[in-house]
Design a protein around this ligand. Structure first.
Ligand code: FAD
Length: 317
């Protein structure tokens, strides 16, 4: 089922989770072990992130060097199919511009369609580790909106090869990313919102947000989206802050502010267990407020911390 259908049919706030593919070499059982406790909350769907390959320099036996592409977390499409089979729950793979040509993307979408996957979260992806800024693949897309347009074209039966006339139509529900505190590369909040409006106008079915720790920022973002005429569902992306290190790392990587009350409380703790307790309490409070505000879904970034997320969700369902 599509995410938009889940939202339309919901009688209460829905729950969804996001997972990362395991590091290469690990078994699918690591995904099931991660998800098993969380399935108690009957998530409406599971998102699976996509990770582009990084370029590495490796030393050959003869002492010379070679450039190799290494993907540390492969398997997004397979994991989605496995999750759907194993739990009978919908899966939403992330698809990205980075590292993909348009025809790689078309092939990937055809695979997803054949597997019965109806949802994709359409993203640009970040710069490769060895690059200072995002560069598209030759023959690939520069912005998420261009990838979105390709997905929407395939939904109309329009393939890259114009010799395919009356091609089979896919039926993807396509979400896009939104940033209540502005994407780190955007010139301004206003310009970033305008870019989001363009994605909505190009047919995005819903918006999933970057994490945030101050609900006021999310509420303002939702109001500003409405004022601009963005009328698709906005799903808050949520993550607990669970240790002191994250106080400096998260703002730097994700361009999010940590409210003083939360950072002060975390700074006063003397061990990780106490810090995690504070982070859980904070997120529980955030979720209660978001529910009261009427968000359609609470989407949790589980990121290797299923027990922490379990402790949050059990307080709010
Ligand atoms: P875009 O919408 O393309 O925007 C990127 C930047 O360009 C923004 O600053 C925007 O304002 C600007 N912009 C957009 N269009 C234009 C235009 N036409 N002209 C000029 N400027 C423009 N990354 C991964 O690699 N894998 C994942 O699985 C993944 N999952 C994510 C899930 C969520 C919910 C979120 C919020 C992010 C995720 N990311 C993931 C990270 C994401 O790829 C990065 O944040 C990336 O830097 C931007 O992606 P985007 O889709 O928002 O890009």
């Amino acid at each position: 089922m599509k995410i938009t259908e889940h939202i339309q049919q919901a009688k209460d706030t829905l729950i969804s989770f996001e997972i990362l593919p395991p590091l290469k070499g690990k078994d699918i059982s690591s995904i099931y072990n991660h998800l098993n406790p969380l399935m108690e909350f009957k998530p409406s769907w599971i998102n699976v992130t996509y990770h582009r390959a990084d370029t590495m320099i490796k030393k050959r036996n003869d002492g010379t060097f070679e450039k190799v592409a290494v993907r540390k977390r492969p398997g997004t499409v397979g994991i989605c199919a496995a999750i759907m089979n194993h739990y009978q729950v919908d899966a939403a793979p992330h698809i990205i511009c980075g590292g993909f040509t348009k025809s790689d993307t078309e092939d990937a979408l055809i695979d997803l369609n054949f597997l019965g996957i109806r949802n994709v979260l359409v993203l640009r992806g970040d710069a490769a580790k060895n690059e200072t800024h995002f560069e598209p693949e030759i023959g690939g897309h520069r912005y998420a909106i261009d990838l979105l347009k390709q997905v929407k074209n395939l939904n109309r039966g329009i393939y890259l090869d114009d010799e395919i006339i009356e091609g089979g139509k896919t039926d993807f529900c396509a979400g896009v990313a939104g940033y209540p505190e502005t994407h780190f590369e955007a010139k301004s909040y206003e310009e970033d919102l305008q870019r989001l409006k363009e994605k909505a106008d190009a047919g995005a079915d819903y918006i999933m947000t970057q994490m945030f720790f101050d609900n006021k920022k999310f509420f303002k973002f939702v109001e500003d989206c409405k004022s601009l005429g963005i009328n698709i569902p906005i799903i808050p992306g949520l993550k607990p802050l669970i240790n002191k290190k994250q106080l400096s790392v998260l703002p730097k990587i994700f361009n999010v502010e940590i409210p003083h009350d939360l950072s002060n409380a975390i700074l006063q703790t003397t061990n990780d267990a106490d810090a995690e307790k504070i982070g859980i309490e904070w997120l529980v409070q955030q979720c209660k407020e978001l529910k009261a505000f009427g968000v359609p879904v609470l989407h949790f970034y589980t990121l290797g911390k299923p027990q922490t997320i379990y402790n949050v969700v059990k307080e709010i369902v």
